[in-house]
Design a binder for this molecule. Structure first.
Ligand SMILES: [Zn+2]
Length: 248
């Protein structure tokens, strides 16, 4: 009888080991997919690997909350970026701001505030020109000058670059140490400036691990971002910065 109990325990132990190994494989696969997504994005590809997720599902297979990243381009804006920062803080949400060097020069105190609030700051070039159409030296200068401006305020060089219009090419290798970040859902918020349209575009298309493209230069973008956050948080999404989404 005693021997049988020991055998039973061994069997249970084996079953647990198998379950544990199975879970490890699932978890490992998830992280691998995320890293691959990061590398694909870093290589400049628009295509990203998506992980299947149900809208009502609060956690993914590895038991983590579903991650999503809000990104705001073209700032800082003197009125709407501070409004966005207040609203993000109220919701305990971290986002990523891809800043233009020419706006950084005008509003350094807002850049400082973005950093102090714990958001990630990325580079969106100096004055929003299509970099692949510029001579190499000028294109590199657009990126390098903005990096220096941001460094002068935050003490940190940005590691992430979003080229204007998502346009970059391999010959522009002046900032090879930067990771290019594109997007999965383009809200076209700058074009519509329509709260309902922006919200609908995101809620209809969003999936786990998506990067959402918005702009912090419009009142409608602020109010839409807040509705998007409030709705998706209820669906179990956690808003993170792009570095957390791509590499953690
Ligand atoms: Zn832009």
């Amino acid at each position: 009888m005693k021997g049988k109990n020991i055998w039973k325990k061994c069997l249970m132990f084996d079953v647990c080991c198998v379950c544990f190994l199975f879970l490890m494989v699932i978890t490992g696969t998830g992280k691998g997919a995320k890293l691959q997504q990061g590398l694909k994005t870093a290589a400049g590809g628009l295509e990203t690997i998506r992980q299947a997720s149900g809208a009502a599902q609060e956690e993914n297979v590895s038991g983590e909350k579903k991650k999503i990243a809000l990104t705001f381009d073209d700032g800082p804006h003197p009125q709407y970026t501070p409004e966005m920062l207040v609203a993000l803080k109220e919701r305990n949400v971290k986002a990523t701001f891809f800043l233009l060097g020419q706006e950084v020069e005008k509003y350094p105190e807002i850049v400082k505030q973005i950093q102090e609030d714990g958001h990630l700051i990325g580079n969106h070039s100096y004055k929003h020109e299509q970099l692949s159409k510029l001579p190499m030296e000028q294109a590199c200068n657009q990126v390098g000058r903005t990096n220096e401006l941001i460094y002068g305020i935050t003490g940190l060089y940005p590691s992430y670059l979003r080229p204007p219009f998502g346009d970059w090419h391999e010959k522009l290798d002046c900032e090879v140490n930067m990771v290019e970040v594109l997007w999965d859902v383009d809200t076209l918020d700058w074009s519509s400036q329509n709260h309902a349209k922006i919200v609908e575009k995101v809620l209809k298309n969003v999936q786990e691990n998506d990067i959402i493209l918005m702009h912090d230069g419009y009142e409608t973008s602020v109010t839409a971002a807040m509705e998007i956050i409030d709705t998706l948080q209820k669906q179990g999404y956690e808003f993170v910065t792009v570095d957390q989404l791509l590499f953690e």
